[in-house]
Ligand binder design. Sequence first.
Ligand code: GRG
Length: 316
Amino acid sequence: MSERPSAGCFQAFVREQAQAVESALLELLPSAQDQPVRLHEAMHYAMFPGGKRLRPMLTLLGCAATGGGLQAALRPGAALECLHTYSLVHDDLPCMDNDDLRRGRPTCHKVYGDSLALLAGDALLTLAFEGVSEAGGAAVHVLAKAAGSIGMVGGQVEDLAAEGDAAAHTIERLRWIHDHKTGALIRASLLVGAHAGAAQGPGPVPTEVLDLLAAYGDRLGRAFQIADDCLDMTGSAAELGKNPGVDVALGKLTWPALVGLERSLEEARNLAQEAAGLAEQVVSSAAEWRSVARSSLDGAAKVLQDVAFYTVERRT
Ligand code: GRG
């Protein structure tokens, strides 16, 4: 495997953009003092302080790597984080994974009760569509597909079904679950960013650019979920902000359960390497579309490459 490019530049990007992302989130959410206060408090509780904010960062990167200005991607990126947070709130409910720790604190339903946590998740999901609408109809379409029955929710359904069906555990089934449960939203985060930045472009983003960005997102999503499966086995509650060992306890279909930790991490690193190669192609085709120098997108390409490796090596 070749050397990791520009190690650390994704973390520098996150540091630079973190404040703007938090501000966009605060602007998008109704105030916690608005009626109904308890509902809005529950939404704020789930959102702040957040986790890694990976999805809004990917929206910003999808925009930057295709030549757009970051400002246009901030609210759409906040929308992706709302949708992601809804999925975590629902995932933690007793009828799903039944978890009591998330982002280092008691889960939303432990504090606000099951009904309000369910409704806070619903409200975050709906709010996500308000926020993403600012990136145009194509972005709304991308998010709707990624979040629904042929995307994240479909993946969650198959993940739950696989829990009680150890005889049918295969790599193919696992890849399908990961691509839908996790990958669909990661890929959508990038694509929404590209659509958001197209307002300043010479027209809609060409299919070729979108396809390359989607292919990059597919690799990133797979690598991310493999790393997540491994961290469930090797991470601590302090590192993860959630209880480790849940996958094993629930008899979940995971990469380490199927092929072991070492082979799982090797697969994740190979995917990151593939993603890094695709990042080069994304910016080259975007530069051609916008008729700008390829070198003007070099910085974005490096961050896009680095986030792929960060995804595998992270401890949180
Ligand atoms: C409609 C009832 C109903 C359910 C919605 C809950 C659900 C469908 C889907 C859940 C999908 C899910 C939780 C996938 C796991 C994805 C994943 C690895 C989440 C952790 O993401 P991080 O590590 O979290 O980015 P932070 O806290 O850092 O944002």
